[in-house]
Ligand binder design. Sequence first.
Ligand code: AMP
Ligand code: TRP
Length: 338
Amino acid sequence: MPETKSRIFSGIQPSGELHIGNYLGAIKNWVGLQDQYECFFCIVDLHAITQPFEASEMPARIFDVALTLLAAGIDPDKCTLFVQSDVPEHSELAWVFTSVTPLGELERMTQYKDKAARQESVLTGLLMYPVLQAADILLYHAHLVPVGEDQVQHIELTREIARKWNARYGEYFPEPEALVGPVRRVLGLDGQAKMSKSLGNTIGLLESPEEIWEKIRVALTDPQRKRRKDPGNPNVCNVFSLHRHFSSADDVAWAEQGCVSAAIGCIDCKRRLAGNIVKELEPIRVRAAELRSEPEYVFEVLAAGAERCRAIAGRTMGEVRDRMGLRVSALPAAGKHD
Ligand code: AMP
Ligand code: TRP
């Protein structure tokens, strides 16, 4: 790939089935970015262990995320897809970065505070989470980091870590920038909170048409619209906001006008939406089923990705060790023992 292309790095946790929030907020962007940039997409299993997890389930979770990303259009001929723990340098650089990261900076991270507040005993991994994220990005000298809005603070910290390290050991790491996509926050089917696996308000990317319909059928609409003949307000209706993501301009106009004039009922609107979601997700589901029957291909993609990354990461760590004096063989006397 030409050196002139800017580098992109992003990560996704193997923390359960991917949903349309992940798809609209992250994956769809990634697929588009592959053509313009040199992209590295990482399944961040070492981040996932900062939350309670089952070791016996982890391999399948990692595999399923890889499979879903490939099915959704992540193309190993255009980008590098790999698993974080396959490249030990991520952990090594994270440790190095603890030497320039003030405790206070980590303690003020919103995600840390939110997650820590929900736990009785807080593990240090949760606090260190953004340091590992900085290592992920800087190991590859990435310039741009496509993420959701909630991650912008972590990218700012990454910039600060790069600055502090560079100030001590010489200019080496670029200061990356967050690239927040057009879809910032997809609401869950409850119409209340962010769509999230842990809240059980998701539509999974690989769900069948029947499952998708069952979920949309009972999704919350405008709570003020009590009867079929009452007009509704699309602006407060989450089903309508999903139309905006999945439907054509004509269908969006049909839903909006039909709702405010009571020409259509919620069930008509939902049926059209379900049809449009199924149409967009169907090719992903079909491709995922094919990939599941050829798992060797998925393993090969991840192995090739890890190999490419280890080469780059190894060079970065070599330079980091040199600049930090972590090499006794740098002493002139060491040469005699070659
Ligand atoms: P996570 O599952 O937290 O690792 O998130 C993976 C990616 O999906 C991140 O870039 C998130 O910002 C994005 N994402 C997750 N949930 C949503 C949502 N409900 N709306 C928009 N983006 C989301
Ligand atoms: N923290 C990110 C999230 O929860 C995942 C992640 C880990 C990441 N390492 C990264 C994202 C590096 C971008 C770059 O979504």
